[in-house]
Design a binder for this molecule. Structure first.
Ligand code: 4NP
Length: 151
């Protein structure tokens, strides 16, 4: 299984999702390939936002991903391309080179197990530390759902 998580800047939500999913896969002995990317290249080469790193570390996740934009080859390579919101997904679909690839593109909210009051992982970049906490809660829930559905 190869999964790519996508957000806007690839320094908050999707590198967190990558770190959470990788840890959960390792704990279960699953040899899945997990990566993340952004719609914009503004933060290319950067580690995740320090607020995201700190919050993730508090929950036991060490984030080492370096930001990169989505590239055309990603649509061929990955089995699932999971965006963090409808807005992100609309833009991924627009950039997908071939219509058959659209079936690979999912909204992270489709995988929520216990979460009822969100239909996306809200962008914490301009928010408070509480928004980074919420991102961890939502992404942990989605990753459990991904494992349940795809493993
Ligand atoms: P992310 O958050 O999409 O979760 O990585 C953002 C990071 C950077 C920006 C926007 C959102 N930005 O505009 O630079």
């Amino acid at each position: 299984m190869k999964i790519l998580f996508v957000c806007l800047g690839n320094i908050c939500r999707s590198p967190l999702a990558e770190g959470v999913m990788k840890k959960m896969c390792a704990e279960r002995g699953l040899d899945w390939e997990i990566d993340s990317a952004g719609l914009i290249d503004y933060h290319k080469g950067e580690l995740p936002d320090p607020r995201m790193m700190t919050t993730a570390e508090r929950h036991g996740y060490k984030l080492t991903h370096r930001s990169r934009p989505v590239k055309t080859a990603d649509f061929e390579k990955f089995d699932y391309i999971i965006g963090m919101s409808d807005y992100i997904n609309t833009r991924i679909v627009r950039d997908a080179p071939h219509v058959p690839f659209h079936a690979k593109i999912k909204n992270v909210a489709e995988f929520f197990v216990e979460t009822e009051d969100y239909d996306e992982v809200p962008d914490p970049y301009c928010g408070t530390m509480r928004d980074f906490e919420i991102a961890v809660q939502l992404i942990e829930d989605a990753c459990k759902g991904i494992l349940k559905e795809l493993s």
